[in-house]
Design a protein around this ligand. Structure first.
Ligand code: PHE
Ligand code: CA
Ligand code: ZN
Ligand code: ZN
Ligand code: ZN
Length: 281
């Protein structure tokens, strides 16, 4: 699988930060900062050749939006889907939560388009609205038939926490193994993700019977001394001290975690959807 250039992911995060700063300091769902974030991602995907759809929905009297991007090459049948929520809380710009997952997914999508490998599965990406209001966007998508044909859904929410842990979702053994094996090649130890169980956009997919997986670097839980020994960073401090706060800015990102997790996403996508037949020479 390709090595995702972390500088490109960081450049997307700088754009999301700038969008928040220009729109009252946040990118909350149904606000101008959210619309600008969606348009930024959509513009890049459209230019790369994706078929994009904005799925609007109403929640609490406001109009929210998901962004869905289908890659047009490859088989149309069984689908591998990767998703991240694009909305922040209203308290801050949401750069780790969840600019990190959103930006990494964008760069993986752009890399797929650039490499255009032979695919064994249909590939789809989703950027969810209103996760912070109770996973409203992903729930709406699943309730309207979005899980049909989806063999695996991979979720990325908070993947560059400033005092990171390396947590792998344990919901499906085969998907868990893909991420664990990847981290083993980096000699980075992992733990099973428990802090976020049921609390992000994989939950509606899992409830609909879809196999789900993902990685996570920790939110308000505190890093133990054993975890600091294995991962570095500060024991006795939260994985993300700026969780849901105004200080969740571009300063609240661990670039090593962002790099490793971006590469882990690409590795998983290639493992799940890319054929091993080399292209003709
Ligand atoms: N979804 C939670 C939030 O956005 C945090 C979380 C991240 C939960 C990853 C589960 C997995 O605040
Ligand atoms: Ca990389
Ligand atoms: Zn959040
Ligand atoms: Zn989140
Ligand atoms: Zn779990």
């Amino acid at each position: 699988a390709p090595d995702i250039p972390v500088a490109n992911v960081s450049a997307h995060l700088n754009q999301l930060q700038s969008i928040a700063s220009g729109n009252g300091g946040n990118r909350a769902s149904a606000t101008s900062g959210y619309t600008a974030s969606l348009n930024y991602i959509k513009g890049k995907l459209d230019a790369a050749g994706y078929t994009t759809t904005v799925q609007n929905f109403t929640y609490n009297g406001q109009t929210h939006a998901n962004l869905i991007a289908n890659w047009p090459a490859g088989p149309t049948g069984p689908t591998v889907m990767l998703g991240s929520h694009l909305d922040s809380v209203s308290a801050g710009p949401g750069i780790n939560d969840n600019g990190s997952g959103s930006a990494a997914l964008l760069e993986v999508a752009l890399t797929l388009a650039d490499r255009n490998p032979t695919l064994t599965k249909h590939v789809r990406f989703g950027w969810w609205g209103a996760e912070e209001l109770g996973m409203r966007g992903s729930t709406h998508y699943v309730q309207n038939g979005g899980a049909a044909g989806v063999e695996a859904y991979l979720n990325f929410d908070m993947i560059a926490s400033p005092n990171p842990g390396y947590f792998v979702y344990d919901d499906d053994t085969a998907l868990e193994k893909i991420f664990k094996d990847y981290y083993a090649t980096l000699s980075v130890p992992t733990e099973i993700e428990t802090e976020g169980d049921g609390r992000s956009d994989h939950a509606p997919f899992k409830n609909a019977g879809v196999k789900v997986g993902g990685v996570f670097t920790g939110a308000s839980s505190v890093k133990s001394s054993a975890q600091a020994t294995k991962w570095g960073g500060a024991a006795g401090q939260a994985f993300d001290r700026c969780y849901h706060s105004a200080c969740d800015t571009t300063s609240n990102i661990n670039s090593t975690a962002l790099d490793r997790n971006s590469d882990a996403i690409a590795n998983a996508l290639w493992k799940l959807a890319v054929g091993n037949t080399p292209p003709p020479t």
